[in-house]
Design a protein around this ligand. Structure first.
Ligand SMILES: NC(=O)c1ccc[n+]([C@@H]2O[C@H](COP(=O)([O-])OP(=O)(O)OC[C@H]3O[C@@H](n4cnc5c(N)ncnc54)[C@H](OP(=O)(O)O)[C@@H]3O)[C@@H](O)[C@H]2O)c1
Length: 266
């Protein structure tokens, strides 16, 4: 268990981005179950309203604000407003992200940049909104949601894996500073979790996890305070081990395991 700061419901508010669906939604509900007042943000007001209603009767509660993680200014003003009304944000789960499969040919640069804008730019905007406030208070916990897909290049994932690799290295680097600032910076690396994001996959998803179990793993990880929260451990261990291999072996094994490229395109 980490000696670094770990947020508790009586310390203040927990903020979850991308909370209208999937992992963010399930984690917001789990945090409310564990007693937190949760600020849930995403772009879609109607799904956020449904989430607030679903949380009624839990130990904690959910408040929601519609905001795009790409809009740094709007997000800053949401954070200022919520802190003024509900108290300090002590835990931030920077989770919002997008994925769509991409190939080298045809190469879609605009779609590539859109994934980076949301997945990397959105996290940077989240850090800009909350990190200075936490540093001033010398207290806070921030978890960045990357992915095991960021451990190495995977088929059709140049933009997605690239964006998640960027987050992993960003988190490692920031931690070298934040430990001394009273901020516990964490990295979440989920494997496959059943959500609308993975519903578009037409390939096998080994060790696919249900949402509720993933949300419990994430919240247990917040409570432990350890740097990396990764699950399921089997997939994380396999992909981390592959990363240690020489590239020739890495590419051979990834092609073999994913049957890539498809027979028709060889
Ligand atoms: N599912 C998996 O297997 C898996 C594995 C590893 C990592 N992850 C990561 O987990 C995170 C959540 O994924 P998920 O599977 O839960 O996907 P999801 O169900 O599609 O949810 C994505 C969430 O992000 C929000 N979002 C998207 N673009 C946004 C923007 N520009 N501004 C604000 N919010 C935005 C969406 O809400 P709105 O559309 O309402 O804005 C939604 O709430 C992502 O970062 C993903 O990369 C997922």
């Amino acid at each position: 268990m980490s000696a670094l700061y770990r947020a508790r419901p009586d310390h203040g508010v927990a903020w979850v981005t991308g909370a209208s669906s999937g992992i963010g939604r399930a984690t917001a509900l789990e945090l409310a179950r564990r007693g937190f007042t949760v600020l849930a943000t995403a772009r879609t007001q109607t799904t956020l309203d449904e989430l607030v209603a679903e949380a009624k009767g839990l130990t904690g509660r959910i408040i929601a604000r519609a905001v795009d993680v790409i809009d740094a200014e709007a997000q800053n003003s949401v954070i200022a407003d919520v802190e003024a009304q509900h108290g300090p944000i002590v835990l931030a789960f920077l989770n919002a992200g997008v994925y769509w499969p991409m190939r080298a040919h045809p190469f879609d640069g605009a779609a590539f940049m859109r994934i980076f804008d949301v997945n990397v730019g959105g996290v940077v905007n989240g850090l800009s909104a909350i990190l200075p406030r936490m540093v001033e208070r010398r207290r806070g916990q921030i978890a960045i949601n990357a992915s095991v897909a960021g451990f190495g290049g995977l088929p059709r994932a140049a933009a997605y894996s690239g964006s998640k690799a960027a987050l992993i290295v960003m988190a490692e680097s920031l931690k070298l500073d934040t430990d001394a600032l009273g901020i516990n910076l964490q990295l979440v690396n989920p494997g496959f979790v059943k959500t609308p994001l993975t519903d578009k996959n037409d390939h096998p998803m080994p060790f696919l996890m249900e949402l509720d179990e993933a949300a419990r793993c994430i919240c247990n990880g917040f409570e432990s305070g350890d740097f990396e929260i990764t699950f399921p451990w089997q997939l994380a261990r396999i992909l981390k081990t592959l990363r240690l291999l020489p590239y020739r072996a890495y590419f051979w094994l990834i092609r073999k395991a994913t049957s890539w490229p498809p027979e028709a395109q060889k």
